[in-house]
Write a protein that binds this ligand. Structure first.
Ligand SMILES: [Zn+2]
Length: 302
């Protein structure tokens, strides 16, 4: 009896020692040193530049000029950048002028690729502009529910999203909409109704990022075509070195790293710190290769 109780006492102690050992081993494992991870041809899929007639940069401390963007690309080892316009409603001439400017800049500078914009509430004129810019070499569309003032569930938005899909253009939506609690569900509905359009949720819904886990649930079913992607601008920085950094990475992996893109949101964020944050998050080299390059090539057909 005495022997048995001694064994009972010893077993948990052995487990305790073993688990301590494995914890120590984990802690002592050197983390993958970011400096050793070299990814070639890094692509940033989200940059704003000042458009004709605009004077205020989105960040007062960083000029939003193409030259500043190029300078920052060089300093941070980023070789390609998606530059975007964003247009107001009922301003069709300015819409075309800004889109033409983006298209021309990208034509003259091979390190840029053009992401145009329309205002969905312009209706048929917006749909016609999607066709026009697609014909001129646009690689995507940028829409901003909060800044442009529209509801993602509006049928006119669906018409633009469907047209973009028809011409092979992914649509980037700013997805931080603090006043629209149902935005995640609206993007789910939009993706289901427009299976042929790639929808990119910039900033991965920001502080609502845990809700994006929904997309991993839909991906298990036959109806959802996995046509929603996410860019990591702002959100990666927001949660870096926070208690939620692990949760953010876990959520991304649950959804699938193939759905994610590195992005800065220049000039709101400078390129170098955006890249340093991504380098140091803790992703493997294979994951960084997808985030920095491979996914952008596939999604934007670059
Ligand atoms: Zn932006």
């Amino acid at each position: 009896m005495k022997k048995l109780s001694r064994i009972i006492l010893i077993i948990p102690i052995i487990f305790l020692i073993l688990s301590c050992d494995s914890n120590t081993a984990k802690e002592e494992m050197p983390p993958e040193a970011p400096a050793t991870i070299t990814i070639e041809n890094i692509i940033d899929t989200h940059a704003h530049i000042l458009l004709p007639g605009q004077e205020l940069s989105l960040n007062p401390s960083t000029p939003g000029s193409p030259d500043e963007l190029k300078k920052q690309m060089e300093a941070s080892g980023i070789s390609m950048c998606g530059i975007m316009s964003m247009v107001a409603k009922d301003n069709l001439d300015v819409m075309r002028e800004h889109n033409d400017y983006i298209l021309k800049l990208a034509q003259e500078n091979t390190e840029f690729f053009p992401i145009c914009s329309v205002h969905p509430l312009d209706g048929e004129a917006a749909v016609a502009e999607v066709e026009r810019v697609a014909g001129l070499g646009a690689k995507g569309l940028k829409l901003h529910p909060f800044f442009q003032g529209f509801d993602p569930a509006d049928p006119k938005v669906y018409a633009v999203v469907a047209a973009a899909g028809k011409f092979g253009l992914p649509v980037i939506f700013d997805s931080i909409s603090a006043s629209d609690g149902g935005a995640t569900g609206k993007f789910v509905d939009m993706a289901l109704a427009n299976p042929n359009t790639k929808i990119i949720l910039a900033h991965m819904r920001g502080t609502q990022f845990p809700e994006t886990l929904l997309f991993s649930v839909f991906a298990k079913g036959p109806f959802y075509k996995n046509n929603v992607f996410f860019d990591m601008s702002a959100v990666a920085d927001l949660y870096y070195e926070s208690p939620k950094q692990e949760e953010l990475m876990w959520t991304m992996r649950e959804i699938g790293i193939d759905q994610f893109l590195f992005a800065s949101d220049f000039p709101v964020f400078d390129l170098k710190p955006a890249r340093e944050v991504m380098d140091e998050y803790g992703f493997s080299k294979e994951e960084l290769q997808k985030l920095y390059h491979d996914n952008a090539i596939k999604i934007f057909d670059l």
